[in-house]
Design a protein around this ligand. Sequence first.
Ligand SMILES: NC(=O)c1ccc[n+]([C@@H]2O[C@H](COP(=O)([O-])OP(=O)(O)OC[C@H]3O[C@@H](n4cnc5c(N)ncnc54)[C@H](OP(=O)(O)O)[C@@H]3O)[C@@H](O)[C@H]2O)c1
Length: 405
Amino acid sequence: MASRKYDLVVFGATGFTGRLVVEYYLRTYGPPSPSFQWAIAGRNQDKLRKVIQELETHKGVPESKYLETLIGSSEDSVFLDALTKQTKVVVTTVGPYGKYGSKLVAACAANGTHYADLTGEVPWIAKMIASHENTAQASGARILHCCGFDSEPSDLGAHVLYNAMQKRGLTPTEIKFVLGSSQGGVSGGTVHSLADAMMSPVEEMTNPYILLPDKKKGSMTVKQTRGVWWDQDVRRWNAPFIMAGINTRVVARSSHLMDRVPFTYLETHSFPKGLWGCLQACMLTVAVGVAMVSMAIPPIRWIVLKVIPPGSGPSENARKKGYALIYLVGKGLNKEGKEEVVKGSVRISGDPGYQETAKMLAETGMALAKDKLSVQGGFHTPASALGDTLVARLKRRNLIIEVEE
Ligand SMILES: NC(=O)c1ccc[n+]([C@@H]2O[C@H](COP(=O)([O-])OP(=O)(O)OC[C@H]3O[C@@H](n4cnc5c(N)ncnc54)[C@H](OP(=O)(O)O)[C@@H]3O)[C@@H](O)[C@H]2O)c1
């Protein structure tokens, strides 16, 4: 890539998650410097200045005053063309992505600019792949969607477990992601994005293989789980995991891109053994069903979107108290054809959906900007483009994805 003014630009810096990404970069990598040239972008100069002032006066990050600002809308193709020609990487938190994100993806693909986002809007991702894959391959742009809690723990967790099984001489047959305990909040941007995604055709929402080239099953089989069941591997009650509808699609794409052997993949949300755990799993299953149906009813949807506006999200205190523990279970056949189990975990300290998502997105951006990567341009996944590099980056920042010895 010819030299560009910036290594990286954060677009959407005025939003709830965008502000966390900016704060993370400042605290972790400092203000723009010869070794890391970066800037922030948004559609409103006053709001961007307010972000800088708030970081300076309330958050104790005075270096924010050195940040350059780029002003423009996600609808303005001329601005997006100029933006993506000035930077190696764009990290974007401008969402809902289906509403505001398409022109930026097009500009990155055309100008060979690497891209990372936080979308979980799978039907929109499928559209972006269909429209811009060839252009991105030709320009060298590495385009990465789902670089937050959806879906890096899943994608990188499956990556680490799959490789560990192969290293131990096993042929992987099953990988399971089991959310153990967790605590976190939700932002207005997420609720609005979810509401938008739910307007997609049912067949696009329900096809686990929608991110594969012919939208048909590849080597990996997604196991859909329904209802509540006892899981002997982790000795916990399993219920369906609300984010499985996003994460399983990403892991299926990784498996296709990385030419993995056939195996089954599933995700669950688990609760401790005992009657209370079983009851909690049942209540969650019902609650998720009710929430999904409610959001499809226009008056309820309208009220929810009014009550949780864009820009809102969990408090700093709540973000600090958040966490997630995910159990990873891999099964594979040894040379004698006997099944062996390999276990691992993902350990996240801090609200997974925001504080730690900001970290995941920011480190993905850094890896795209600074690390030596072997993959060519195109629509990748976090695992297929960054794999171990990103796992190591996150580990250095206390987000641990690892296999038990
Ligand atoms: N995958 C995950 O784990 C995860 C976690 C967190 C968030 N997310 C996703 O990330 C996205 C952002 O969430 P959020 O809570 O941070 O949302 P938010 O607070 O509503 O922020 C949205 C940002 O987009 C900007 N924006 C909106 N329309 C624009 C336009 N036409 N041109 C330029 N900028 C525009 C807003 O700018 P203004 O300030 O000027 O309005 C704001 O900076 C959502 O899609 C959400 O689902 C995903």
